[in-house]
Design a binder for this molecule. Structure first.
Ligand code: PLP
Length: 321
């Protein structure tokens, strides 16, 4: 299984088909959207807001209002880079329109909002244990739900939808999405060190904050208040060329690259992808600007002092510090 497969199962379980609509945060990885495409449902993309960079409740409300006579079957917020989305507002709107939430918590294991863990807000949620995530089983993922019926159905579908019979009998299409016992064993070990990994990622984030405190034109994806706790899976910054004497996100990336330091642009919004050309988008373009100005800094849990020295020496040169 993977995070993507977990989302596919979740959508199958609530019976999404080609006649249905799913509302998804545009600012995300294709792992959120591809499972909806597998089922040929229509995707309506929702903008981000500036506080968390996640699903904008106002844009969501506008989209739901316009689609209230269509078959909207799910809302999919994402907790990007570990930052919890505004789940209170999103849940209130979802309840108002009677649409279930399927949460993409692939990047947010260990994060919480109002003391509630990310991955426990939706009817179902997906976690990912892919190699780059906060804990990993090399590749893997999990479907999370409080609803026993959903979990039973997920286990059934993930093991080739085998009916209860002494022989191999099937009355519907299933998947081979079961996690192997070796992967599960690694995962159980990894679960014990989640807190440690979160602490390491948050320490990385703090170091970058301290470094950039006196640099103009740099802002961070930051917890908007005490209700939010991010695992800071990746530290993401915005670079405003109007305040950095023209230095752009791309300039910084190229300069880091030349020292063999990897940084990455933020996710390119899905409504801007060739794959989703012509899809509906609700919002004012906040996520487009985030994409234009944003950069993920090196954020591994295992960054050494020497590596940080090298990163900061290079950044000092780039920012004339
Ligand atoms: C990693 C990721 C996924 C997919 O997880 P896999 O385990 O790689 O399939 C989905 N959504 C987001 C936001 C992710 O970062």
């Amino acid at each position: 299984i993977s995070g993507t497969a977990a989302l596919h199962l979740a959508l199958k379980i609530i019976n999404i088909s080609a006649r249905d609509v799913v509302m998804i945060q545009s600012f995300t990885f294709c792992g959120t959207t591809n499972p909806v495409s597998y089922l040929d449902a229509e995707i309506v993309f929702i903008d981000s807001e500036e506080d968390t960079w996640n699903m904008c409740p106002i844009a969501l409300q506008n989209a739901l209002e316009e689609y209230k006579h269509k078959s909207v079957k799910a809302i999919m917020p994402v907790h990007l880079y570990g930052m919890p989305a505004k789940m209170n507002e999103i849940q209130n709107i979802a309840n108002q329109y009677g649409v279930p939430i399927i949460e993409d918590a692939a990047e947010a294991l260990g994060s919480h909002y109002k003391s509630q863990k990310c991955g426990t807000f939706g009817e179902m949620a997906a976690l990912s244990f892919n190699g780059n995530k906060i804990i990993t089983t090399s590749g893997g993922g999990a479907l999370v739900s409080k609803n026993k019926n959903y979990i039973d159905q997920a286990l059934f579908l993930a093991t080739q939808a085998r009916d209860k019979a002494p022989h191999y009998q099937h009355s519907q299409v299933g998947y081979n999405y079961r996690m192997s016992n070796i992967v599960a064993g690694i995962g159980r070990g990894q679960m014990k060190i989640v807190d440690e990994r979160v602490a390491q990622r948050r320490a990385n984030n703090k170091r970058y904050h301290e470094f950039f405190a006196d640099v103009d034109g740099i802002t961070f994806q930051t917890e908007p208040g005490p209700d939010y706790f991010s695992n800071y899976w990746l530290t993401a910054i915005l670079i405003d060329p109007q305040l950095t004497e023209g230095l752009t996100r791309e300039d910084v990336k190229v300069a880091l690259d030349s020292e063999n330091i990897e940084s990455r642009p933020l996710w390119k919004p899905m409504h801007m992808q060739p794959l989703h050309e012509g899809a509906k988008f609700y919002g004012t373009g906040v996520c487009e600007e985030l994409f234009e100005k944003g950069l993920c800094l090196p954020s591994g849990s295992n960054l050494t002092e020497e590596q940080f020295d090298r990163i900061f020496t290079t950044l000092k040169k780039i920012f004339n510090k």
